[in-house]
Design a protein around this ligand. Sequence first.
Ligand code: SF4
Length: 382
Amino acid sequence: MNSGGFDFNSKPILIFWETTKACDLACKHCRASAITDPLPDEMNIDQSLNFLEQIVGFGKPYPVLILTGGDIMKKRDLERILSKSKELGIPVSMSPSATPLINEESMKMMEKYGVRSLSLSLDGSKKETHDWLRGVEGTFDRTLKLIDTLISRGFTLQINTAVFQKNVLELPEILKILKDKGVKTWEVFFLIHTGRGIDREDLDVKGYEDVNNYLAFASRYGIVVRTVESPMFRRILMERQKTEYNGGELYKELVEKTISLLGPPKDKIMGNTSNTRDGKGIIFVSHNGEVNPSGFLPFYLGNVKNQSIVDIYRRNEILLKLRNPENFKGRCGVCEYRDICGGSRARAYSYFGDIFQEDPRCPYIPGEIKNKHALETKNSSS
Ligand code: SF4
């Protein structure tokens, strides 16, 4: 279980730390209204610095620490956290909210402490869609301006897009915006049902297959495309190396629109096929120190306030089981792509209450099931 020098049983490649819940936006897929102040159980500065010391225990090369929120810019003592990370040699990437808190002062602070990699969210090609999701008017315009500013200052910028029914047809225009602005990486998030109104906006099974195939097509425009909570994208990347996709109507519409905006694609498919997944190569630490396999999988594994992240990552029994695809159930359990993909464990948990179940949004029928069905059909007709 080794990728790029990282043995995923020993250490993650990425640690996501939700430093604070505080944020001035009110995103529909995040919470109903803005939380302007930190919650009382948020890790204080001593606990935060102790957590950074724990990460050193993984040994070099250290995992990349991705500071998220809430809004990372609202984390108290952020400068001390960045300073300590730099002193320890932990590489840091940040995922701020597009608010006035990203300004000259905070950009200078990031530059001072060597933070060169950031991600921002863009969820629509027009302000109505983006501002509707983010809950604050003006966020779309601010995001477009920030993309230009951050790229011109030399930051490496990734754009994140949550995909759902209301914005799915805007994906080609979003791609065009990213290409025009020189963005190199596009990370597309698929919904995990959390009981909020936004759940109704989720795509159906066919929509997942069409959109994931569209993203493979989009990567041919010279942009690295990744997905979050849609590891089936890796199965699709592998399939598309071998065969064309005879797509559904949604796929065809997205492809036609993209060609009309950008012309035919010139590059090969680009995508990440590393076999990380929730709890394997990635781990999540919440604002109050709770450790989960990912930010979308609220399964309690321990707390860094009183346990070491290294111990939790290496020894937690559920994590050890999650890393072994033999433990998956349903179609994911017998699928030939179960190691490279393995299905979204967060989606399995949100649907079935069982993190080992199959991913209900993947339509793929594994070879073992197809063969069994063919044998049964043959036997019953002979
Ligand atoms: S059945 Fe599961 S493991 Fe196989 S491609 Fe679909 S989601 Fe991935």
